[in-house]
Write a new protein. Sequence first.
Lengths: 161, 274, 198
Amino acid sequence: MLMPKAAINLTVNGAARSVAVWPMARLLDVIREELGLTGTKEGCGEGECGACAILLDGHLINSCLVPALQADGAAITTIEGIARGDKLAPIQQAFLECGGAQCGICTPGMIMAAVSLLGENARPSEAEIRNALAGNLCRCTGYMRIFEAVARACRPEGLQP
Amino acid sequence: MRAHIPSYEMLAPKTLEEALTRLAGGSGEWRIFAGGTDLMVLLEAGKLTHRRFLSVWRVQELRGITFAPQYVTLGSLTTYTDVLRHEMLRREFPLLAAAAAETGGVATQNRGTLGGNIVNASPAADSPPALLVYDAEVELVSTRGARWLPLREFYTGYKTTQLRGDELLERIRLPRETAGFKPYYRKVGTRKAQAISKVCFAGLRNRATAEVRIALGSVAPVPLRCLKTEAVVLQGGDSATALAMEIAPIDDMRSTAAYRLRVAQNLLKEFLDA
Amino acid sequence: MLRPGYTPQEFARACAAYIARQGPLRSYSQYQAPPGIFWDDEKYQGDAYGAFAWAAYVAEVSVDTLTCESRITNFVAVQEVGRVVNPVLAAGQIEGGVAQGIGLALYENVVWQNGRMVNGQMTNYIIPTAADIPPIKVIFEEQPYAYGPMGAKGIGELPMDGPAPAIASAIENATGILLNSIPATPEVLMAALENAYA
């Protein structure tokens, strides 16, 4: 059986887009393949690793767990929407300076999680950073420099317990 | 990703009535799809055998947390984030907030719903033990009407519930009678975050009125309210042995029956000694 | 064309200028083993490496007596690596390796059934999350190795080796139980403790 595709309308990094999708296609695949935004990564395909994290209507979600139909009428922000043209956001600059990325596969999701955190908590403690990022798995960095990067993006004094 | 996506159908009813009309007839043709944090995992594993889903994500009647004198009522689409952000709910029902904080990470908490969690009926779910000690009731609705059921009676066996083919879980309500009860919640998982529980313990104790409520997850085919153990506690008997007889932990990929039993007993002791 | 302290941009410009003037630049070099290092690959005898990097790891572990969960509360990793070429990357490599070593020590159980690994997914193969990793303090000592690039030795595999033994020793220090297999899961530790005190 082959269901027809349906058109969905969504705002992607501020721009209105319309795509034809199967209703239960993963939003992750719509982002990467229909929208051509490959910054969002698939790490596990089961909602465990957070590499596919984006903001959907301002909320951090794992895009591999959202069917496309549920994104109809929504506003999404992907990693491509974080920098302002050529100018990196403070969190991205902090990741560069602190060595927050090694292989980089977790990095887009990590940055989205950090953006989500900083949007709600302007000066998180280390414990708050750990909790906010606990849904983003990293195998390379041991997390330390990621915490420092998040702290550096918002606190001149750096990571505080 | 192992599913054949084009063979799945999804509609998005705008109202509860629209959803119930689709469900009516009870043939089970359509199934409810909420936040997707359980069903999409099955889809991706190629294990989602059902093909036609009704997304209720935008049905506003299923959202909201309402405090009335006797009950607090939560829409079934209440997410874990909704629970954590509701100051009054957190204060009065701290075990529910504790469970919400233990569920997945932030991204899961933003999409996972209490209703979905209850209907999915995993014995390892984090919220049901808290809901069970709070004497939660669930409202099941269909075009035939509405009925309230104690959550304790909702689970009938491993991943099976009282939910009929034409029904939808609309609301959950908790009696506001927690004053004087000392809360205890502890989840023991494979790691500190993003973990499926090995043992989950929720307890409420009111020494003044000699009441105790105990519920556990991951130690039986269903989330279990341990009434027999409660009775033994109140009689001053050997509650560790009573618990051992009331729960039925198993060996699985995550843990062993022996470990689960010992930990459950240790947590019971910590709860009672507090 | 280049003075000491040149910037990457100056380097790029100089390369372009060279090629414009002289054509492509080709350089040939061949590795020569350091003198005095002999390795017999047939007999597996001799000096396999010109130099070794050294490390000392200290793990501070807290064992929950109700659940036998081990929590690493502090970790210090000291390594002598010849020469630290890029401090940020070098420390990052150690921190990442320590995290992997912690996973090996406490979490990463491989479950076999009929010769197949049955827990090969992120949900059931347990690696540490941001909530599980302790503060990791990294210290470098440098004894430059004469035949290493800028005096550097190797660093890649080093941080995997130390954490698990350190953690097992810390668990022994805390409980009196020296486990002889890893991961030191709570189930294994609990069974060992019950055996020991039976």
